[in-house]
Design a protein around this ligand. Structure first.
Ligand code: ADP
Length: 489
């Protein structure tokens, strides 16, 4: 039979509704990209209090239902809104989601279990969408495949549903007291679930549910899909990845080029494209002015736009920061995270005229920095995919990355013999390798403007769109439903 497969993607974050990091970017752009390659994709996320009013005002009420959660029967409102050509559903429960933040509450386990269960339950309330594939993302939705199997098996509508589970970040797994197993999840006394979710004698792990129960596993780059089979990157899940290696795929994320485009981005003081780069110099001067740095076009301006955590290589930066700032370069760090790194960056910035530390989250500023900087620093310890380096390349800012995960797969290293490349890479998690790579890049930027411009153009022309990846997801969905012939436009 030839038709479009119906895929429901469950996300806890989807920009512009909710975003704390890369997961939000993917949630807001993958469903639309799938739609464009011939998948009937829709997405679902919680109706958070913090969703901007302009979107809430446009949402339409769909229905209401009750979600069984352990001994509870919990209200769930369903709202919908069209975004990027697809339908987004918002699951509403004010007790769980009318809060100032998405994470960080004592009852996160219960809130997230509710969301995962509500995702399963609400699928039967969509008469025009008989779901073929439920595609879950990260630990927040990892329980949905468990619930589907344990509570919904035998119901024809649900028996048709295959599951895909994508790991965006293995660091966050949802470890909970095993008290929730019976009281909240209702899985007590079901041996398959009890065994496969159990992490320690008295703790369960939500992500293990997704990893063990889903039909296909994916992660967000081919290199990371290999890395997580080893103990160094596997975060104690490497055994499962090795066991399930035959259903584990690595598919690189893309970015939404309508959203991130230096030729149209309204956040920029001047716009530019591969045809005319002159606006980029205006963006650079604007950043230098805003942060009180010397307005000098020739000095390499380095940006770091990142969560300030160990994952992002902050300890490497910390170890060589003073030495780095002794060079004729400028550095702007935009980020929030670990208070120790925040304080250290502020301290150093306060006595270094060539450094600024912006310790807050600011989407518009991040775009002005991607445009205004010459170099983006991303020395991650591990990086499942990473979006910052892709956004940077698309804005003609050359990334310096450590070779790990998606950074290896998305940045073509500078080759001094052929002039090829879209950025710079270093191999080992070593602060001086980082420093030497920055020196090399800064030297080209400062002294060889022609070569630098060639690199900028190569980076901007590099394909960071979703198209190729969306087609790979499409292939995977069709593997799960061989009876349906792919629909091509
Ligand atoms: P991760 O998801 O691990 O945080 P990614 O590189 O995949 O890392 O995605 C990070 C996203 O968050 C990028 O879009 C980046 O621009 C954005 N971001 C990170 N920190 C900030 C900040 N302080 N202000 C604005 N945007 C930020």
């Amino acid at each position: 039979m030839r038709r479009k497969l119906r895929v429901m993607l469950a996300f806890y974050e989807a920009a512009p509704f909710m975003k704390t990091g890369g997961l939000g970017d993917v949630g807001g752009s993958l469903p639309g990209a799938l739609k464009r390659v011939g998948i009937e994709a829709r997405a679902v996320l919680p109706k958070f209090k913090t969703i901007p009013e302009e979107y809430k005002a446009k949402m339409k009420f769909v229905t209401e239902l009750y979600v069984p959660l352990g001994w509870r029967n919990v209200y769930c409102g369903v709202w919908e809104l069209k975004w990027d050509g697809t339908v987004y559903y918002f699951l509403d429960n004010e007790y769980y989601f009318l809060r100032d933040r998405a994470y960080g509450y004592y009852d996160d386990g219960e809130r997230i279990a509710f969301f995962s269960k509500a995702v399963c339950e609400f699928l039967q309330y969509l008469p025009d969408f008989k779901c073929d594939v439920l595609h879950c993302n990260d630990w927040h939705t990892a329980l949905s495949p468990v619930f589907l199997r344990e509570f919904y098996r035998g119901i024809p509508l649900y028996d048709n549903i295959k599951t895909v589970f994508t790991v965006h970040n293995l660091k966050f797994q949802g470890m909970m007291s095993d008290y929730v197993l019976g009281d909240i999840l209702g899985l007590y006394g079901i041996p398959a679930a009890e065994n496969q979710l159990r992490a320690t004698k008295d703790a369960i792990n939500f992500m293990m549910g997704g990893l063990c129960y889903s039909d296909i596993l994916t992660t967000v780059s081919p290199t990371y899909a290999e890395e997580i089979k080893s103990a160094y990157y596997g975060e104690n899940m490497e055994g499962i990845f090795r066991r399930r290696a035959d259903v584990l795929y690595g598919i690189l994320n893309g970015i939404n080029l309508n959203e991130y485009d230096p030729a149209t981005d309204p956040a920029l003081p001047a716009r530019y494209s591969v045809k005319d780069l002159s606006g980029k110099a205006v963006c650079k001067a604007d950043v230098q002015k805003q942060f009180g740095l010397a307005v000098r076009p020739e000095v390499p301006l380095i940006a770091m736009i990142s969560r300030l955590t160990e994952q992002k290589g902050l300890d490497l930066l910390d170890a060589v920061l003073e030495e780095l700032l002794d060079q004729d370069i400028q550095l702007v760090v935009l980020g929030t995270g670990d208070p120790a790194y925040e304080a250290e960056l502020k301290r150093i910035a306060s006595h270094r005229p060539n450094m600024a530390a912006a310790i807050y989250f600011d989407e518009a500023l991040s775009r002005r920095l991607y445009a205004g900087a010459d170099i983006l620093l991303m020395p991650s310890k591990f990086e499942p995919c990473g979006l910052s380096q892709m956004i940077a390349m698309h804005y003609g800012t050359l990334p310096i990355v450590r070779m790990t995960g998606g950074l290896t797969d998305s940045v073509v290293p500078y080759n001094k013999f052929t002039g090829e490349g879209t950025g710079f890479r270093f191999m080992n998690y070593n602060a001086h390798e980082l420093l030497f790579t920055v020196k090399e890049a800064a030297d080209i930027c400062r002294n060889r403007p022609k070569d630098w411009e060639k690199l900028i153009l190569q980076a901007m022309n590099y394909d960071v769109s979703w198209e190729k990846s969306a087609k790979q997801y499409k292939e995977i969905y069709h593997k799960l439903h061989p009876e349906v012939t792919p629909y091509t436009k």
